[in-house]
Design a protein around this ligand. Structure first.
Ligand SMILES: Cc1cc2nc3c(=O)[nH]c(=O)nc-3n(C[C@H](O)[C@H](O)[C@H](O)COP(=O)(O)OP(=O)(O)OC[C@H]3O[C@@H](n4cnc5c(N)ncnc54)[C@H](O)[C@@H]3O)c2cc1C
Length: 368
């Protein structure tokens, strides 16, 4: 879609980023009658993603459980997690014992479905990258957008940053990113070698980190290795070598140049903004808070924060100035709670896995 040339395009809410958080926030707000423009740069490659059964309420609230159940190309059942620990053996967490299941997601198909829902609710969708965002006097924001064909301008009363881990829009408006723990991942996607998908996510801890694999909806197996970028094992070359060795187990036939062309390196750090909302802007999903992949919480939080953000924008537009503060507190609390749980898990594991990777997981925050 092209919004037009020359003159700025005016809307109530401009959302930078059309991933799960941005598309969902836009869909909800447009459904309530807001004039919403989503500005979406192309989706980057992702690691294999699984949504755990803890997300059931938010998925239900957004109608996504039903969507997943009838769309095997978007999501297939995940019955649990089987973890292997060098010192303590195997843990088995079976979702079926709780009478529920999780979901293995096909990200491109999910992205298409979320965009369709947003468009059906009346969002305008602009393919492009927001390059600048400046505050207008006395209120509102002006965004410069690079599209494939031309530069465009969008003006909005309210801006939502849904740009993922960079949070690049609100950082321009003064928000600061706090990194609690630095992790890096190398990930790839293979053709599945078995006729039936494995319904479990397999997580294998090693002295230098951990890796996981899960069978995806597209007849694929996704593998990712996670390590600490400050240790030797976390240097991209070494990490790539570790992924290559693991993949060899699955795919004897694969040439290493074939893997290299399909391998992606991702930031997997735990981080948050020092404030997630203020003065006509807010951040959602990874832009606000990014979780250690061990939590498997990123998508649930993208959806949950999008719903909370939509409520905050609506409240704010109705004159409730405290709504943004309440949103910020809620998002920060969720992150703090999750970090506390994670640090307990790491502390427990560091007792038996006595290597630099596991012992280094409990550390004070560092601002960047
Ligand atoms: C190794 C790894 C494993 C993971 N495993 C899981 C898992 O098992 N389960 C789970 O729930 N989560 C997992 N996650 C986290 C999950 O991928 C994220 O939490 C999720 O993608 C966040 O969605 P989002 O919409 O906030 O951001 P994103 O998905 O990053 O979307 C942001 C979008 O904004 C666009 N964008 C960026 N900048 C601009 C700009 N300037 N202008 C316009 N558009 C822009 C991008 O192109 C992108 O499409 C994992 C993450 C990693 C790194």
């Amino acid at each position: 879609m092209t919004l037009g040339e020359g003159t700025p395009h005016v809307c109530e809410v401009a959302i930078a980023g059309g991933g799960p958080a941005g598309a969902t926030a836009g869909r909800i707000l447009a459904g309530w009658g807001f004039d919403v423009v989503i500005i979406a740069a192309p989706e980057g490659e992702k690691a294999g993603e699984v949504i755990g059964p803890e997300a059931i309420h938010i998925l239900d609230a957004l109608g996504l459980t039903e969507l997943f159940a009838r769309s095997p190309e978007i999501a297939t059942r995940c019955d649990g997690v089987v973890s292997h620990w060098p010192s303590s053996g195997m843990d088995h967490s079976d979702h079926r014992l709780r009478g529920t299941c999780g979901w293995v997601i096909d990200r491109p198909c999910l992205g298409m479905a979320l965009m369709k829902l947003a468009l059906e609710n009346g969002c305008r969708w602009l393919y492009g990258t927001v390059t600048t965002c400046r505050k207008l006097d006395p209120s509102g924001y002006q965004l410069s957008v690079n599209t494939r064909d031309e530069a465009q301008v969008v003006e909005a009363k309210f801006v939502v940053d849904a740009t993922g881990r960079t949070g690049s829009i609100v950082r321009r408006l003064g928000a600061r990113r706090i990194v609690d723990d630095r992790l890096i991942a190398a990930a790839t996607c293979l053709d599945r070698t078995t006729s039936q998908p494995d319904p479990y996510l397999r997580l294998i801890a090693t002295p230098d980190g951990w890796w996981y694999c899960s069978d995806g909806p597209a007849g694929d197996t996704r593998v990712a290795v996670v390590a600490d970028p400050r240790l030797d094992a976390g240097k991209p070359q070494v990490l790539g070598g570790a992924l290559r060795l693991i993949v060899k187990k699955f795919h004897q036939a694969w040439q290493s140049n074939e893997l290299a062309s399909r391998m992606i390196i991702l930031d997997a750090s735990s981080s948050r903004l020092d404030r997630c909302a203020q003065d006509g802007w807010l951040a959602v999903g990874d832009a606000a808070t990014a979780f250690d992949p061990l939590c498997g919480q990123g998508l649930a939080q993208a959806f949950g924060s999008a719903l909370a953000a939509a409520h905050a924008v609506r409240e704010c537009s109705a004159g409730n100035a405290d709504a943004l503060v309440a949103y910020d507190h809620a998002v920060q609390d969720t992150y703090r709670h999750s970090r506390a749980q994670l640090e307990l898990r790491y502390a427990y594991r560091a007792e038996s896995e006595r290597t630099p990777f596991w012992r280094a997981r409990i550390r004070p925050s560092a601002a960047v």
